[in-house]
Design a binder for this molecule. Sequence first.
Ligand code: ADP
Ligand code: MG
Length: 351
Amino acid sequence: MEAFILEPVARRSQTVPAPHPLPGELQLIEAIRHRASGTANSTLRLGIGDDCAILSPPPGHDLLVTTDLSLEGRHFRRDWHSPRSIGHRALARGLSDLAAMGAQPLAALLSLALPRSVAANERWVNGFLDGLLALAKEHNVSLAGGDTSEAPGEQVLADIVLLGSAPAGTALRRSGARPGDGIYVTGKLGGATAELGELSREPKSLRKATNHGRHPHLFPQPRLATGAALRQRRLATACIDLSDGLSTDLAHLCSASSVAAEIRLAALPMDPLARRLGAKQARHAALHGGEDYELLFTASPKAVVPKTLGGVRLTRIGTILRASRSRPQIVVIAANGARKPLEPGGWEHFS
Ligand code: ADP
Ligand code: MG
């Protein structure tokens, strides 16, 4: 139970109702504890059930920590996304951040705010845990703890903290790109936007989708093996995951590295779902669509970058340039050689 020590008692009674446990909160936590025991890994000393979890990260490693909110109405809709997809996506977002830094995931903490009706809906809760725990097992992450509360309104909130590790000083960063480096992406681009469009038109058609099919929006695959291999082989000079879209995330990488970039439109690896939208919309989805959760990285011109790494294809899409006041941060080169600036999120040229 939380204590509201900063609120005077009189005001508190008007503005903040005394926190009651959710109906069945203990059973809910017990069910989570039972199911999470299947995710215990070698770094977990003590999991759900005490005041804190205890982890023993590998000696000589840095600890990497990230947190991601999944908010109903902002990141998912219960009338579009199956509970399985919501659970998968909530964990995938944080795993993708660990992948971007080449970290090995260790443990996750899950904070849930649930409306009463959802907490009482066993099918929904079980589906959510199915999606989350299947992905946790796939990547050997233990669900080590969390918090549970009744939501003040009718919307679900899931916050996930992820802990990972990497040998001290070796984690990939956004800041190491240098002029002349090649720019690469994993996998295909634009698929998440294309599938989200399909979902918005026909939510029911994708209700039964599972992690086994290719579902770039509903079940994105965090590129942990590729991130770890880039770090181990010292291939990447900088790396970021594509959560906000190529144009925005490449701008983040360029700003952090104090460089500029050019990318070739013809080189972008388009997802087949995006291709179906037609050339112009596919380009827009690949450049600006968020949530592909692929990795964007740079490598020295001397590096030998393989065609596939960690089971996914790598594609060179451009080159890092020296930053200059007289030139935009990112330039796109069209198939006919025309060069246009690429504004983060606002790409509407070559139409
Ligand atoms: P406390 O009040 O000491 O924070 P809680 O009653 O909130 O303890 O939680 C009891 C145990 O259950 C703790 O180990 C906590 O980490 C775990 N827990 C609570 N909610 C969740 C959740 N949504 N997911 C995973 N573990 C949870
Ligand atoms: Mg608590």
